[in-house]
Design a protein around this ligand. Structure first.
Ligand code: SF4
Length: 314
């Protein structure tokens, strides 16, 4: 049996094991839509948003803007307690940009979530251009008593890609936000998309070396999926040859290549994403996310490889 630095037998530093170790039991994430908007949609940075953005595609049904944070969490807690016997939770603020409000408003929302004794902490998804020292000082304070992680949509390390998908910020801004967050002692997460137009496999692999030098705690990988009713959906219909999607088998090997180069200290939260079929336009693999994960883990065994096998510290 091999032994890995993360202290279990899985071949990557897996999120579920990390949480079991951290909290002594399984933790369930509950998505909450707190009604935030996004500066890349309301005209502050740009209008129209990122070309692939369709927030609806990633929201569970109990997570409805308009009902309060308390109502949404209560529903989510009741549902997961009944169905899965879950007892500890993280409030996951996923929709839009969850630091895009005044500090007072953020305190009102996040303090409301943390009033639930079952809620162990917050996962706060946001953009790198809507964070500042005041907000980070608040999250740092919360971090002393609760689990808090700020997750940034990195998506790509290349400015030409970020321009092409209308992210409205540069990679330098992403880097700075992650470094600043970590400097405040707040955990950081990153989200990277594979298959964005204009990027080759080698470019995507090279991103790993860039990310390895950032103070990230967690990372999520997604294959590109095109959602209906997005700018990218229109681009795809007009020029399908500008897009190339990973076949499942090809993706499994590719994401393992990525993982082999990845800093073993980074906790991997996901290798792939899955939007509901009614929202997707791009070809689907026909498998659920846990099934894809199982295939990836089996392929790691077959290849006798693991996270960080070829990690080079620089
Ligand atoms: S930053 Fe997020 S919410 Fe805003 S447009 Fe882009 S993907 Fe959508």
């Amino acid at each position: 049996m091999k032994s890995f630095p993360w202290g279990h037998q899985r071949r990557f530093n897996a999120y579920s094991n990390y949480f079991k170790k951290q909290f002594g039991q399984r933790i369930q994430k509950l998505s909450v839509n707190a009604g935030f908007t996004c500066p890349n949609r309301d005209g502050t940075v740009a209008r129209g948003g990122c070309t692939y953005c369709n927030n609806e595609a990633f929201s569970p049904s109990y997570c409805v803007a308009g009902s309060s944070v308390t109502e949404q969490l209560q529903k989510g807690i009741d549902f997961h307690k009944d169905r899965y016997n879950a007892s500890r939770f993280l409030a996951y603020f996923q929709n839009f940009s969850n630091t895009y409000a005044s500090l007072d408003e953020l305190k009102r929302i996040y303090d409301e979530a943390l009033r639930f004794p079952e809620v162990e902490g917050l996962v706060i998804g946001t953009r790198p251009d809507v964070i500042d020292e005041e907000k980070l000082a608040y999250f740092a304070e919360l971090s002393k008593r609760k689990y808090v992680i700020v997750e940034y949509g990195i998506e790509s390390c290349y400015d030409q890609t970020l321009d092409r998908i209308n992210r409205g910020h540069s990679f330098e801004q992403t880097k700075k936000a992650i470094e600043q967050t970590a400097a405040y002692g707040v955990k950081t997460g990153g989200h990277l998309m594979f298959g964005l137009p204009g990027e080759t496999k080698q470019m995507m692999l090279d991103e790993v070396d860039i990310l390895n030098n950032l103070p990230l705690n967690n990372i999520k990988f997604h294959q590109l999926q095109i959602m209906k009713d997005t700018i990218m959906a229109r681009e795809y219909k007009e020029n399908p040859d500008h897009f190339r999607f990973f076949e499942l088998d090809e993706y499994i090997d590719f994401v393992i290549d990525v993982t082999e180069r990845l800093n073993p200290a980074f906790v991997i939260e996901r290798f792939s994403g899955e939007a509901p079929p009614r929202h997707t336009l791009s070809p689907r693999w026909g498998l659920r996310t846990p099934d894809v994960m199982n295939l990836i883990e089996q392929r790691m065994v077959d290849r006798d490889t693991w996270q960080g096998k070829y990690f080079k510290k620089s």
